[in-house]
Design a binder for this molecule. Sequence first.
Ligand SMILES: Nc1ncnc2c1ncn2[C@@H]1O[C@H](COP(=O)(O)OP(=O)(O)O)[C@@H](O)[C@H]1O
Ligand SMILES: Cc1ncc(C[n+]2csc(CCOP(=O)(O)OP(=O)(O)O)c2C)c(N)n1
Ligand SMILES: [Mg+2]
Ligand SMILES: [Mg+2]
Ligand SMILES: [Mg+2]
Length: 391
Amino acid sequence: MNLDAALSTSKLLAGAAFLHFNDDSTWYVYLATLLADRYNKFNNRRRLSSLPVNDEFGLIRQWTNPYQTAAMQKSLGVVVGIGDDAAVVEMKAGFQLVLSSDTMVQDIHFNEKTMRMSDVGFKAMAAALSDLSAMGAIPKYALVSLTLPKNADITLSKQLYEGLYACADQFGVAIVGGDTTSTLGGWVVTIQVTGEIEAGMALLRSTASPGDIVFITGPLGCSAAGLDYLNTESPLKLDLNQSESIERLIEKHRRPLPQILAGRTLLHSGSCHALNDISDGLASEAWEIAEASKVGILLNEAMIPRNPDLILYAELAGKSAMDWILYGGEEYQLIGTAPKSQVAFIEQEFKKNQLDYHIIGEVTELFAGVRLLQLDDIEVEIAKKGYNHFA
Ligand SMILES: Nc1ncnc2c1ncn2[C@@H]1O[C@H](COP(=O)(O)OP(=O)(O)O)[C@@H](O)[C@H]1O
Ligand SMILES: Cc1ncc(C[n+]2csc(CCOP(=O)(O)OP(=O)(O)O)c2C)c(N)n1
Ligand SMILES: [Mg+2]
Ligand SMILES: [Mg+2]
Ligand SMILES: [Mg+2]
């Protein structure tokens, strides 16, 4: 078995184990169908190569047919999948629907220099699923709306779908439909996702409480540092160690992972107060919790984790790692709050699931907004800034 095959098999196993964690008794059916799916993929591709490439419906079949067989979709609760006017899916008693939508636009979220099309697909799905993770939901279904240039290279659109399905499969998500349109402008991908959650259990931004600790599920700033490198005009001279560090930062920019298991672990713990995912940057998302919960958040610079690759690259580039950590965004880690008394329990649950967990501050009623206790012991308000589409 080559490395790629081994890697993709281990991701499938991780996906299956993940469904198992979600108490889904059909997880082994999902695994079996996923493996059969991989086996059939090559044959499917050959069968499809005779379809026309300049016809919308032929294209949709080419994009979607090589992936997720009917058997696999059935194991995920799909009753009617791609091909009719709308999809039909099973509803589980005692659960509520969780709905969200996210868009990636050429030259705003990605460009030819920063991302391959398969990365765009993977990241678009990951970013959409991230919002489900921030509610504590189990991701289930996705609709893909694709707007592509009239003269687009069809190979690129197929690569986009390769990435979309790689992420969907990793998190047990069935792609059940979407929409296809042409444009005289650049590529736009919108992913609408649906998840399910135990009724009444969704984790909100508005429920932080004074005395809570503030935590994050992993180091921040790496995606922004990776993007900075990809945008560098004059290439830096790098030794092997430095280029490996930068490769890892680029990977974090191109293939972020939604923290679904962390969201589920927090929901199961019964001890998480507020939760939000970090798409626009730590400062911006902490502000969202502070405002929605009508509390203050005091972050402690000394407690904020610093990824060694990030520190190394910040020194090389002569830029501030802390700026990327606070305002960088696109990290898709979670920021949350929990009562102090529950910290040990949550930490233990995270450890059990081999998840990362860092306490970085506390919730207070002494002020409104977000402040940072700097390394020099001075407390400053941090700007409510992050990525803003209209700034
Ligand atoms: N065009 C829109 N019409 C209706 N609701 C929207 C629109 N754009 C965003 N929203 C809603 O506004 C809220 C904030 O959106 P957004 O900042 O994109 O959230 P996030 O950063 O979590 O992805 C969400 O509840 C989202 O569903
Ligand atoms: C070419 C390029 N320029 C800039 C960025 C930086 N960037 C674009 S969007 C964004 C924030 C996240 O996107 P958004 O659409 O606001 O996601 P949401 O908050 O809806 O989850 C960032 C940091 C990028 N990823 N690529
Ligand atoms: Mg959004
Ligand atoms: Mg969000
Ligand atoms: Mg945003």
